[in-house]
Design a binder for this molecule. Structure first.
Ligand SMILES: Nc1ncnc2c1ncn2[C@@H]1O[C@H](COP(=O)(O)OP(=O)(O)OP(=O)(O)O)[C@@H](O)[C@H]1O
Ligand SMILES: O=P(O)(O)O[C@@H]1O[C@H]([C@H](O)CO)[C@@H](O)[C@H](O)[C@@H]1O
Length: 172
């Protein structure tokens, strides 16, 4: 399978989620920026997938990330962030959302299980009320300490500063 096919429009995602639920599959939803993927993201998504039968990942668009994390972010474009996520075996579908929160997407998809990392308190998880109201589950997943995209960026800046690579074969 060409994993690119996992990257769906919201209409396509709504259709496939309905089909999976018709097949009595537990559809898990999570969301995030997933800029510069790291081992914490990978472990998180594997745990999210194991909470059900299919995992749908909502990804903030570039403009949404900029509003959330500042004008210097994202480092990786929404296309590239979706493409990397789609290549993970634990991810069954990837869908962009442009709003500040995934509430409209969650209301549209109505997943069976909503998951976020333990850096989010249960009461702060957007969409929890929607999922719980229809008898679904909301879970937080343990954090892999010491891994964050911000940390990766900070380490790169410490190591390379803002010097441009001298070797023309290297690209920043
Ligand atoms: N180290 C980690 N262990 C487990 N889950 C994580 C980890 N880092 C992020 N996540 C989860 O991955 C999802 C996406 O988070 P996000 O893209 O903001 O990652 P991040 O590394 O925290 O990014 P940033 O440093 O830019 O805030 C969230 O649900 C978050 O809880
Ligand atoms: O990558 P992040 O910052 O963990 O993802 C954010 O999650 C927010 C969360 O769903 C709130 O419970 C969400 O509102 C925001 O749009 C980012 O996806």
């Amino acid at each position: 399978m060409n994993t690119r096919e996992k990257i769906l429009t919201q209409d396509q995602a709504a259709t496939i989620v309905k089909q999976w639920q018709h097949e009595h599959l537990n559809v898990v939803f999570t969301n995030g920026c997933f800029d510069i993927l790291h081992a914490g993201h990978v472990q998180y998504l594997e745990n999210a997938r194991s909470a059900g039968d299919r995992l749908v990942v909502g990804v903030n668009t570039d403009h949404s990330v900029q509003r959330l994390k500042g004008p210097a972010r994202p480092v990786c474009s929404e296309h590239d962030r979706c493409r990397v996520l789609a290549a993970l075996e634990s991810v069954d579908a990837v869908v962009l959302f442009e709003e500040d929160t995934p509430i409209e997407l969650i209301e549209r998809l109505l997943p069976d299980t909503l998951v976020k990392g333990a850096d989010w308190a249960l009461e702060d998880i957007v969409g929890a009320d929607v999922v719980l109201a229809r008898g679904g589950e909301v879970k937080t997943i343990a954090f892999l300490d010491g891994r964050s995209t911000t940390g990766v960026i900070e380490r790169v800046l410490e190591s390379y500063g803002r010097t441009v690579c001298r070797d023309e074969k290297k690209t920043l």
